[in-house]
Design a protein around this ligand. Structure first.
Ligand SMILES: [Zn+2]
Length: 88
């Protein structure tokens, strides 16, 4: 099964994580810091220390990864999983 590796780069412009294929990543080497994301957006690579961002949904589906449609509820979901149900 052929499976291209995918890198997730945080775009300095829109702050979202975009998927960049191996080929696109290699093609951008020696360039000016731009990468073509799977959603056709131009990603300007930001600092590697940038905080985790929400993923671009178009890139996620293009990369075959599940889309986290509700990043804002991540904490709540984890919390509710950690706290046992009082009514059980
Ligand atoms: Zn994207």
């Amino acid at each position: 099964m052929k499976r291209n590796r995918t890198m997730w780069l945080t775009c300095a412009v829109d702050g979202a994580d975009h998927a960049v294929s191996d080929a696109a990543f290699l093609a951008a080497q020696g360039g000016d810091g731009r990468f073509e994301a799977m959603c056709r957006a131009t990603v300007w690579a930001s600092s590697l220390s940038a905080p985790p961002a929400s993923r671009c949904e178009t890139c996620a589906s293009a990369a075959g990864e599940p889309v986290d449609a509700s990043p804002d509820r991540r904490g709540g979901g984890l919390w509710s999983r950690l706290v046992p149900r009082a009514s059980a």
